[in-house]
Structure formats: C-alpha cells, structure tokens
Design a protein around this ligand. Sequence first.
Ligand SMILES: [Zn+2]
Ligand SMILES: [Zn+2]
Length: 256
Amino acid sequence: MRVSVLASGSGGNSCVVESGATRVLVDAGLSGREIERRLRARSIDPESIAGIFVTHEHNDHSSGALAFSTRWGCPVFTSAGTAAALGLEGDLFSPFVRIDPGRDGRIGALGFRAFATPHDAKDSVVYAFEADDARLIVASDLGRAEPEFVDFLRGATTLLLEFNHDEDMLRDGPYTWFLKKRISGGWGHLSNRQSGDAVRAAAGPRLRRVVATHLSRTNNVPALVLAVLAQALDRAECPAVFDVADQIRGFDPFDA
Ligand SMILES: [Zn+2]
Ligand SMILES: [Zn+2]
C-alpha cells in the first residue's frame, strides 16, 4: 500500500491511498482543480481515482469533493450525516456511497473501515485501510482520544495522525477565548499531548511510521511535535520512524 499527502492543515487536507490498481483520495479539502494539479505533479492521473473518502463536512476536508467527483466520475464515500451536510443525500443521481462506522468495506484492492469521532461536525469519521499486510490509519479532527480510538489505532503499520496544537501555545496565543475553548474541547482537535499519549498507548511491533498531520500554523511548530513523538515512541520501545506533514508540500509518497 502506498500513501502520499497532498496537503495537511486547516488550509486544506487531502491524501492519496493506493494498492495495486486501486487508488482513492481521503478528503478533498482543496479546490477540485488544485487537487488535480497536485495529483499530476505526482504523476497521478485524476481519472485513476476510484473514490473520495470524506471524513466530515468541514471545508478544509470537503471543499473540492463534489467538483472532483463530478469531473472525474468517482463516488464520494462518507457517513450519512456528512452526506446530508454536503447535500448529497436524497439526490437520485448522487455519486454517494454510504459508510457505516465499525463495518468493514472494500473497494478493489483496499479494505476499509470507518471509526466515528467526537468532533463538532455532523457525523464525522476517520478511516483505516488494509492491503498487502499493511494497515494505514488516517485520523484527524477529533476532540479526544478515548480507549476505543486507541484500540482502533492498534495494529497499524502507518499512522497519519492529527497533532493539532501545543496546549501552551494555544492558551497563550492570539485566538479568541471562544475559539480556544472550541479547539481544546472534547469536540475540537487533538493536542500534541493527547496524540502523543495515544501513539504511546497504541504503538506495537507492527508500527513502522507515524506522520503527524493537521498542525496548526498559529498554535504549533514541527519541532514540538517531533519532540513529543520521539518521547512517545521511545517510551513505547517502538522503533517506528516519524515526521510531520506540511500544509503546502504535504508529504512525499511512501509505503504504508
Ligand atoms: Zn480539519
Ligand atoms: Zn473539522
């Protein structure tokens, strides 16, 4: 299984997951044209995308989904709530495939499963993909990492996991009180500490790589994330490599 990140952060999220001849997008939070441009820059034909797995309706995950889906004729896989929020449900000709959290599905060579997340969206989920003895988790935009979520991460060979903010930087930073409360609350985003704890608890012998995603440009810096990850993996005695995905550059393709 191969994965590459096209963009990561509140300015837009999208990544490509593929195995054999099956290739999908997870989220499409850039314009349809921009996704197309970034795919071509990686020598990927947009027409080869078999589906778009949307995590939730927030713009930074969904803004290009309908345009890309229409232009390239690929369906949108998402939860019923997200589909309703995006105006997909009820349209007879809608290219919508419903995902039920906790139930295994398959598209070509990729097995998948969604996990329902606590986030201030309609029916948000994150995804696991399985192929070729690899298990990839793409998880961002959740306010807390409960034991069920840590279980969902277990057995992964690759984690793309949100490290949204440093708690001190958020507290002392320029955001309004309301926004600080939203981000740090149980329906907001995972902090470096929360995600570090989750990695430490979930890291097992199969884990090969962790890529931190969805970093806040205002309330986080890569150096802090890397330090948290180094400590979490060290404490778990896990030799996985780790890195940070960039809003603009994303993350180059690698084997999950
Ligand atoms: Zn987001
Ligand atoms: Zn969100």
